[in-house]
Write a protein that binds this ligand. Structure first.
Ligand SMILES: [Cu+2]
Length: 511
């Protein structure tokens, strides 16, 4: 089993068959305890079940599948184990960081970040079925590890100050368990704490959902002539959901990140109304990269709270263009969520596809370090240093994994309109388990597309249009292949439902 789930592309049918076989096997053997668990986190979707893993306990991590979205900091491990098997989950439900230390003559684990920050041998509380990642950092230099024996999870032993390791396991049965260091004498010397499964702490603030559903975009125009089009944008500042227990003050177009997908046809005359809501604290504006004219409209749309501005442009060039707020600090307005895409269809429109999705990548610069919970504040220093704490698709860490993952069927052709709001980082956009059949490089719709591409570059203030056909059911994973960013929240899921296609992909040998 191990290894086939590598990219989450396992097929639902074989999973259920496998589950059936395992269940029968367990009954026949009378075995109460087995490595195979089929229990899942409460929020798992049917499709997530389809890529459940046979063995969640592994004492290694990292490769292409490390996680993010935890509720506590993963700190900054200096080294990572790379041998052995890999967990089939890219995204743990919860992450903890423990640091070894000596305090009052005892050896201890000290919590790092989040609700366990600074605690000695903290209680680690998780929901039943949660995929848990624990990072151990060596704070005192001696030989240590951390073990959760009930879950068959023991880390590698690490020695030397600042060395670190991570383990991932599924906490699949409720109860209270000990974790401890297995180096002889260390548990007795104090290195022991509790893992409490099934009584997860109430999570922190939730905030408004600002994450735009990637299916929330207008369909093809199917027009033969130019028209007059009115576009209404409203700038709204809102405390929104960034991730588990974390909120952030977003600045938005129309209460969403990214802003609404605007679809016009080349030759159209577009009248843009920008209204800045009364309760805003900032002036806002809009710069469309599809506009020919000073500031892309920003010069004419610097709008005070409670005011409205209007300008009109003619869409001269077909393409997929970014728009964004362009009020100083422009980078701050963009980082806080003020970006979107406008598609200027060519005269003949776009080739038909079965499904279109709208995805944008951005950065979040919080005062608080990665993983801390609560109402997070904005850091202008980190913005200017270009050191974001989070990277996000559609505004939030879990926008495209939990809130609105992409869904399609095997046999369908999928088109992604993908843009980078940024403001600073170029995306190496990739879908794990798929190959782009066509890439409209840099969103040029008047050039022939590139074909058969694995990863494509999308600069800040730029976009791409990619298309591919889904041949095999399973879960595909949208990433920036600068994969450290996945650890900071940048991941999306595309679920493909349908019949297995063993000619193209199957478990086991080739005959
Ligand atoms: Cu703004």
């Amino acid at each position: 089993m191990r290894g086939k789930d590598f990219f989450g592309a396992k097929m639902a049918n074989s999973f259920w068959l496998f589950t059936l076989i395992v269940t029968v096997g367990l009954i026949l053997s009378g075995c109460q305890h087995d490595l195979v668990k089929t229990e899942l986190p409460p929020d798992s979707t049917a499709q997530e079940q389809s890529q459940n893993t046979d063995e969640q306990s592994t004492n290694n991590t990292q490769a292409e599948q490390p996680p993010s979205t935890g509720t506590q900091p993963t700190s900054e491990p200096r080294s990572t184990q790379t041998s052995g098997e890999s967990p089939a989950e890219y995204t743990p439900d919860v992450t903890f960081t423990l640091r070894t230390n000596i305090a009052e003559g005892k050896l201890i684990f000290e919590g790092v970040g989040g609700s366990i920050d600074g605690q000695t041998n903290p209680n680690l509380r998780v929901a039943t079925g949660a995929v848990v990642q624990v990072t151990l950092i060596n704070g005192d230099g001696a030989l240590h590890d951390v073990s959760f024996p009930e879950f068959n999870a023991t880390s590698n032993q690490i020695v030397g100050q600042e060395s670190s390791t991570s383990i991932v396991f599924r906490a699949d049965s409720a109860g209270e368990y000990f974790y401890f260091c297995t180096v002889p004498g260390h548990r007795q010397a104090g290195m022991e704490g509790k893992l409490i499964v099934g009584e997860a702490e109430a999570s922190g603030p939730s905030g408004a959902n600002i994450a735009l559903d990637p299916t929330d975009l207008p369909g093809p125009l199917n027009r033969q002539s130019s028209e007059f089009v009115r576009v209404d944008l409203e700038t709204i500042e809102v405390e929104g959901h960034l991730g588990d227990g974390r909120t952030f003050t977003y600045w938005t177009f129309n209460n969403q990140v990214p802003g609404p997908f605007i679809r016009v046809r080349v030759g159209d005359t577009v009248e843009v109304h920008l209204k800045n809501r009364e309760d805003s604290t900032m002036i806002h504006s809009v710069d469309f990269h599809a506009v020919t004219g000073p500031g892309g409209g920003a010069v004419l749309t610097q709008t005070s709270p409670g005011d409205e501005t209007v300008f009109t442009f003619k869409a001269l060039n077909p393409g997929l263009y970014v728009y964004h707020c362009a009020t100083p600090l422009v980078a701050q307005h963009i980082a806080n969520g003020m970006y979107g895409l406008i598609l200027v269809e060519p005269e003949e429109g776009l080739p038909p596809v079965d499904r279109e999705f709208y995805v944008m990548q951005g950065e979040i610069y919080t005062r608080e370090s990665l993983g801390q919970q609560g109402a997070l504040g904005f850091s202008v220093d980190k913005l200017l240093d270009e050191t974001p704490e989070y990277f996000v698709f559609n505004g939030a860490i879990d926008a495209l994994t939990k809130t609105s993952p992409l869904q399609a069927n095997v046999g369908e052709t999928v088109r992604l309109f993908m843009g980078v709001g940024g403001p600073n980082f170029t995306s190496s956009f990739h879908v794990i388990g798929e190959i782009f059949d066509r890439v409209y490089d840099q969103a040029s719709l008047t050039s022939p597309p590139l074909t058969d591409v694995q990863t494509t570059l999308v600069p800040p203030g730029g976009a791409t249009m990619v298309e591919f056909k889904l041949d095999v059911p399973g879960r595909y994973i949208l990433v920036d292949h600068a994969l450290s960013r996945l650890e900071r929240g940048l991941v999306g899921f595309l679920y493909a439902e349908g019949e297995d296609n063993p000619d193209i992909f199957h478990e086991g040998g080739g005959n």
